[in-house]
Design a protein around this ligand. Sequence first.
Ligand code: TTP
Ligand code: MG
Length: 383
Amino acid sequence: MQRWIIHIDMDAFFASVEQRDHPELMGCPVIVGGVSPRGVVATASYEARQFGVRSAMPITEAKRRCPQGVFLASDHHKYTRVSKDIHGILHQYSPLIEPLSLDEAFLDVSGMERLYPDPVMIACRIKDHILREVDLIASAGVAPNKFLAKLASDMSKPNGLLLIKPGEEQSFLAPLPVRRLWGVGEATASMLENRGIKTIGQVAAAKPALLERLIGSGAYELQHLARGQDDRPVAPDQEPKSVGNEETFEADLTGRDVIRRQLLALSEKVGWRLRRMGRMGRTVSVKIRFASFKTITRSRTLPEPTCLDEVIFATVTALCEKVTWGEGVRLLGVTLSGLTAGQAQESLFEPGPDKRLAIATAVDKLKEKYGETIVGRGNPRHT
Ligand code: TTP
Ligand code: MG
């Protein structure tokens, strides 16, 4: 199976959040950081970068370079909240996510090419979703491994999306300067450059013995990276507390059948993600936002945890029975919380969950291989 990694990184993160929250600062050079005379720049908006302002620069130097800049103190609580929202969105696109910092993460989307037309489409949707829900711009890199995906998002900025295709790794990397290699800092870069090794292509072609003499035991790995080879897995570091999908619709939904269909699709997405993660959840929640922005949530805790689409959807349906669907629906969400590991638990209430899980997992495999439409479900009314 072709490996596909997406790296998402927000543009000028702290500064963009401030511009979003103070629209009068849009288009202005905004510098966020420690505002005391001894403070340093956390980040600068792209407008301020044109004046040579950079992260980690002393604020005094930033003021010298950009006297007309708007200097703001960092508000970490706010950025952490926004970061959580962004990571929540990312989790809707892959169960395999490695957050690297407040504003960046890797997603492993291998094997999903048939659920979405291609990995670039997933990256597009993520960018759109973040813009729609959080009103901030992310850049994305799509590539066969982590190193290339991160490089691609970095090179695409601002507001970019760059794909490096399998087979293009070496030709893409060859002309880039050695300091673009992961793990090569200023000192190593100058040392290599002094020996005439200025591009990544030259690192890839260097004699291993020479590289080892220059940089020691890391030479082997560095040469692998320089050839575009990087097998490091995307390593999720947190256990999620819930798994949810929600969608804001282009046009408000009206009519029970239309709404039911969307709720079924959301239930199936959540079930699929749980199965891929090897988890089940006990509490099913539905979120409904109406055209007027009035938002309601309804939850029910099941006697047994589940990861089966039909159980999730039946609970969602029951939860929605008493809802008055007067006005149009702007957003729907389905979430499972109370997560537990494992999926093969016997149930006292539902005979044969193992069999149903086996069927669901087989269907997942078919969908992943041949596309979502291959396995249809009957009328949602009868499920
Ligand atoms: P980055 O993603 O490195 O930078 P950025 O998002 O501001 O800009 P871009 O990605 O478009 O190049 O870092 C994310 C946030 O982390 C940044 O907004 C502020 C904070 N940060 C610091 O506080 N100090 C630093 O030295 C750096 C590099 C970032
Ligand atoms: Mg960033």
